[in-house]
Unconditional design. Structure first.
Ligand SMILES: Nc1nc2c(ncn2[C@@H]2O[C@H](COP(=O)(O)OP(=O)(O)OP(=O)(O)O)[C@@H](O)[C@H]2O)c(=O)[nH]1
Ligand SMILES: [Mg+2]
Length: 392
């Protein structure tokens, strides 16, 4: 679907930047912007052109807001329409959905996100989704006296060879959990759905957010692209029965600001054209070679199970969901209909969902099959309950 991404604040800006770096030119990425009060944070972005970055909120004097969510809300309310206008150069009116990306524990991004979501909903018919990073426990803890958030940060810093990028330290954000709780509430009022990403659950033992953020951001971008990029096939592609479209995602995600969770898995397959069992070109045929049925069935089955049971953006209690969306993609010859139908039945059992929506995502020259499983209407994830409890 045509998606317009708006990264707000430090985390949001880095995701917008990475999306631009990895997916500029992909048909799904209709627009991408980064907005922050912090000039240095915007200046540190790399792939996103100047014209797609925008500093707002003169009152912040070009700095971040250091976790002052009230200040962030005030600036968001005051500047939402200005931010809406700053998107106009990339034709937001053609977007089929908006995705606001934000670190929920911060201030500039988390503060502005609800007001921008309200403004976009007022201006356009397309659903507004929020993708938000949940803070880690570490961030709210009192720092040691010497700065780095853990021994491994210090070690990584010390081990860095001259010329290597230093490991960014993890800023101390005592209010991160409370900010996140308030922002989750506000976003769920203003957005069609909220897609949280549990930073802490994705850290390896001994890793810190500062040290691991690039890896986490890669995972986040990969999932955003897998879900919203699915089904955007190049012109002229032979399309199987049911290519995923924006309304499938909208139906699955719902419109009441519920939490939705993204599972994703890939599996490498051999492109059929290159590896015919019968010897390439032996019969002088230009027809694409067939894929062995049992290989296709097994690849589809595996990838669906991994997407459903593997690590989610947030852990869902028992994996239960009211609605589930299944997207299966890859080279068309590998998208075995029976295997996908069987996968749907399995997923209905697995999630207890009444509604399983599904769509194909043909990738003509792809070298992997993939599955995306979106659960919506889930029981409250533990980490989100913990965060909500910080504000009672
Ligand atoms: N995954 C990931 N999470 C991040 C990253 N940067 C920050 N976070 C998370 O997002 C939260 C908010 O951080 P920022 O996005 O830097 O905050 P901000 O919106 O710039 O707000 P202020 O700097 O306080 O004005 C932090 O508490 C972290 O949990 C990042 O690059 N990747
Ligand atoms: Mg900041």
């Amino acid at each position: 679907m045509r998606l317009h991404v708006i990264g707000l604040g430090g985390a949001g800006g880095r995701i917008a930047d990475r999306l631009a770096g990895d997916h500029d030119g992909d048909p799904f990425l209709a627009g991408v912007h980064a907005f922050d009060t912090d000039m240095d944070a915007l200046g540190a972005l790399d792939a996103l052109g100047e014209e797609r970055r925008y500093r707002f909120g003169d009152a912040a004097g070009g700095d971040g807001l250091e976790g002052d969510l009230h200040a962030g809300r005030r600036l968001g309310d005051a500047h939402a329409s200005e931010l809406g206008r700053a998107m106009d150069d990339q034709q937001p009116s053609v977007a089929e959905a908006f995705l606001i990306v934000v670190g929920l524990g911060g201030a500039a991004g988390a503060g502005a996100a609800p007001a921008l979501a309200a403004e976009l909903s007022r201006l356009y018919d397309a659903p507004v989704y929020a993708f938000g990073f949940l803070p880690t426990h570490d961030e709210t803890e009192e720092p040691d006296d010497d700065g780095p958030r853990s021994a491994s940060d210090a070690a990584a810093g010390a081990a860095a060879a001259p010329g290597d990028e230093p490991v960014p330290s993890t800023p101390h954000r005592p209010l991160a959990e409370r900010n996140a709780a308030r922002t989750l509430d506000a976003l769920s009022d203003e957005c069609a759905a909220v897609l949280p990403f549990d930073n802490g659950a994705w850290l390896r033992p001994s890793e810190t957010l500062g040290g691991a953020r690039d890896r986490l951001n890669e995972v986040a971008v990969e999932r955003i692209a897998a879900l919203f990029g699915a089904g955007e096939t190049p012109e002229g592609t032979a399309t199987p029965q049911q290519v995923l479209d924006a309304s499938d995602v909208a139906r699955a995600a719902g419109s009441d600001g519920e939490i939705a969770v993204i599972g994703h898995a890939t599996q490498a397959v051999e492109p059929p054209e290159k590896e015919s069992k019968f010897g390439l070109g032996l019969f002088g045929s230009s027809e694409p070679a067939e894929v062995d049925t049992s290989a296709a069935v097994s690849a589809i089955e595996t990838v669906i199970r991994k997407a459903a049971r593997g690590k989610n953006t947030v852990e869902v209690p028992e994996g239960r969901a009211d609605r589930t969306l299944l997207v299966v993609g890859g080279p068309p010859a590998w998208l075995n209909r029976e295997a996908i139908a069987e996968g749907r039945r399995w997923l209905a059992e697995e999630t207890g969902s009444d509604a399983i929506l599904s769509g194909d995502a043909p990738v003509p020259d792809g070298e992997e099959v993939f599955a995306v499983v979106v659960r919506s209407g889930v029981d409250e994830p533990d980490r989100i309950r913990e965060i909500r409890e910080t504000i009672g």
